[in-house]
Design a protein around this ligand. Structure first.
Ligand code: PMP
Length: 437
């Protein structure tokens, strides 16, 4: 199929960017597909090809592309100015909406990305507790702040013992002192995690937990694991930070509410910006007071030239207002439909595959048994090759998925779109089964 304009664009990109693009995560071989425009669930590339967008810009586009209420709100705002050194009423409206929905969020602060949200959440926990270290989950991604990058690479083979994972650095030159202030926990290892939190409690500010870390396999946490983290942390005055940058989309009240986790601080991003750059840190009023100038403060100074810019604020409000409880229910049902369709296809064709995920997100693994944690989820070269074949099959068929094979659903998707996903997977599964015989 002709992709001449993408090839041409990539050649130009190589002249100005390392590897031709500005995000490591744009990882299509041998060259990326250049986007021209998006409309609802569809993305059109520069060569005029239409894709069903199952990527949604790393899950941010829960209402699809060019969602009309967002376009209208932003267009109005553009005429009135895009950023001020003054607060706006728009920021209060979006904050009130979020405080009204997310349990435990009484106050919040806006920033520009999920990375910043997690960073300020960690700083807030340090300021509250006076302790330097954090515990985080092996393999989990939380953005680009040094401490949260520890032990998130799958390139390392030296993982350490199962109940006490090693700390691995994410980039060459990562200071040893960063590694010293991180305790790596294994996902769904309730006993091991509790023991490590206990052992390091006197220097732990927080446990950082994404309720369903996507890069670590998009796996449901077991109730025992959630309880162990919550109770052990509480017993030792260690705060719990929920990174809901990606998984807030799991329900109207977010992901922690769905699994019974009661975090002290929540980091938000992606869907709360309606497709524009955003991040937020939320929590109970007394914790969020670390950002306040009240006597002696602020313990954590926080600013940002574009933080709470009114474009992101009005876009976020328009996008979030459309996401009613009924809409979240419909998205979750759509996720169930696709997950069960794929599982039926897997069993019909006798593939050694499994499916994980919840609500509007799912991930296909080339493993007979669904992984329980990051170590289970890491792919062998043969499993990676099988996932690459599935990803390529989808892209050739006009369904856009990331290299990980994660599928992200959005509100403009129709019943036909869901069936197309299942049928496309079924065609791939038939080919895969044929090759195996
Ligand atoms: N935390 C999680 C769980 C994420 O998925 C991401 C982004 N994929 C981030 C933090 C960082 O967010 P951003 O890319 O907006 O900096």
């Amino acid at each position: 199929m002709t992709r001449s304009k993408s090839v041409e664009a990539f050649k130009r990109g190589l002249n100005v960017f390392p590897d031709g693009t500005t995000r490591i995560t744009i990882e299509r071989d041998p060259y990326p597909i250049y986007a021209a425009r998006g409309e609802g669930a569809a993305l059109f590339d520069v060569d005029g090809r239409r894709f069903l967008d199952l990527h949604g810009n790393f899950t941010a586009l829960i209402n699809g592309h060019a969602f009309a209420p967002v376009v209208e709100a932003v267009t109005r705002q553009l005429r009135d100015g895009t950023c001020f050194a003054n607060p706006t009423e728009a920021e209060i409206a979006l904050a009130a909406l979020i405080c009204g929905r997310i349990p435990g969020v009484e106050r919040l602060r806006f920033v520009n990305s999920g990375t910043e949200a997690v960073m300020f959440a960690v700083k807030a926990a340090r300021a509250m507790t006076g302790r330097p270290a954090i515990a985080k989950i092996e393999g989990a991604y939380h953005g680009g702040y040094d401490w949260v990058e520890v032990s998130q690479t799958s390139a390392s083979t030296n993982w350490g013992p199962p109940h006490a994972p090693a700390n691995t650095s994410y980039y060459r030159g990562m200071p040893e002192r960063v590694l010293d202030d991180v305790v790596t926990l294994r996902f769904n290892d309730a006993e091991g995690a509790a023991a490590l939190i206990e052992q390091h409690a006197d220097r732990l500010a927080a446990v950082l937990l994404d309720p369903m870390p996507s890069r670590a396999g998009l796996i449901e946490p077991t109730p025992a694991f959630v309880t162990a983290i919550q109770q052990t942390a509480a017993r030792h005055g260690v705060l719990v930070i929920a990174d809901e940058v990606l998984n807030l989309r799991q329900s109207y009240h977010g992901a922690s509410a769905r699994i019974g986790l009661k975090p002290d601080i929540v980091a938000l991003g992606k869907i709360i910006g309606g497709g524009f750059p955003i991040g937020a840190i939320g929590g109970l009023a007394d914790i969020m007071d670390v950002f306040s100038k009240k006597p002696g403060g602020p313990l954590v100074p926080q600013g940002g030239t574009f933080s709470a810019n009114p474009v992101s604020m009005v876009a976020g409000r328009a996008g979030m207002e459309a996401l009613t409880p009924a809409v979240f229910d419909r998205l979750a049902a759509a996720g169930d439909t696709v997950r069960s369709g794929l599982r039926q296809s897997i069993s019909r064709h006798g593939l050694s595959f499994s499916v994980t995920g919840a609500a509007s997100l799912l991930r296909v693994h080339a493993k007979a048994v669904a992984p329980l944690d990051y170590r289970d989820a890491v792919e062998t070269p043969a499993e990676r090759a099988a996932i690459s074949r599935y990803v390529n099959h989808f892209i050739e068929a006009g369904l856009l998925v990331p290299a990980s094979g994660m599928i992200c659903l959005s509100t403009p998707m129709t019943e036909e779109d869901l069936q197309l996903i299942i049928e496309t997977f079924d065609a791939y599964a038939a080919l895969e089964a044929q090759q195996a015989t």
